[in-house]
Design a protein around this ligand. Structure first.
Ligand SMILES: *Cc1c(COP(=O)(O)O)cnc(C)c1O
Length: 239
């Protein structure tokens, strides 16, 4: 399917505007804009759409579904950019993700961690990961719940030979108010700070903030923002 010129132009405008908003939020927070990666959350977008967006000043692609990652990676849709895995990962699909995703952002169980460690060993790579925190404690969401589960998983993650723990990721509840969301982001920064004290300076990544709340996330210390709708437009799940 051929992309319309209008669509490509709109995407370019969107990314330029988001970049400016990232820069401004960083400046206001006394941070360097270059310390914040723009991750294009491209679930449901076609190979052609992703390939066109790869020419824009985004830093990395984020995929939620293994099948989409495999299809777009193998088609070269990401151009010279890397892909991250940001969705719920089933243990039986880990082999397809290790080797394709530079960072798996959504590790939330020891069982998944073990699978990743084994797959990375078999592939001869060290897989970079984040631990996903269910910061709002929602029953319907992935991510570790509560401090005990978090520190247990971080202990395990830092003890694996073929996995490198780089930080934390979170998605606050969709129905939270602006100030509640900001408080969740702030809690995440504190958790990362504690984790860094405990496990060392390599834990530098805090992935949080989406189309509706990335400015608040940057003000609270996000180093990766994951943005979909604001780049590509509303998602169409009917296809
Ligand atoms: C879809 C998705 C996003 C992007 O959401 P938008 O609201 O479209 O920006 C970010 N992170 C994750 C984990 C997602 O699944």
């Amino acid at each position: 399917m051929l992309l319309s010129q209008e669509y490509v132009a709109r995407m370019a405008e969107n990314v330029a505007r988001i970049r400016e908003e990232i820069n401004q939020a960083a400046r206001e927070a006394g941070r360097y804009p270059d310390d914040i990666l723009l991750c294009a959350a491209c679930k449901t977008r076609t190979v052609e759409e992703v390939r066109a967006s790869a020419d824009l000043p985004i830093d990395v692609f984020g995929e939620n579904h293994v099948q989409e990652l495999v299809e777009k990676y193998d088609a070269g849709a990401y151009g010279d950019k890397l892909a991250h895995f940001i969705g719920h990962l089933q243990t039986n699909k880990v082999n397809k993700v290790v080797g394709r995703a530079a960072l798996i952002q959504s590790v939330d169980s020891v069982r998944l961690l073990d699978k990743i460690d084994h797959a990375a060993q078999a592939a001869g790579v060290k897989q970079q990961i984040l631990v996903e925190v269910n910061i709002g404690g929602e029953a319907s969401k992935s991510g570790v719940v509560g401090e005990k589960e978090l520190w247990d998983l971080l202990d395990q993650a830092t003890a694996r030979d073929h996995v490198e723990l780089r930080g934390l990721m979170a998605i606050p509840p969709a129905d939270a108010t602006e100030s509640q969301t900001r408080a969740f982001f702030s809690d995440m920064r504190e958790l990362l700070n504690h984790a860094r004290e405990q496990y060392g300076v390599g834990l530098t990544i805090l992935s949080m903030g989406m189309s509706g709340d990335f400015i608040a996330a940057i003000k609270e210390g996000a180093t990766i923002v994951r943005i979909g709708t604001a780049i590509y437009g509303a998602r169409d799940y009917s296809k």
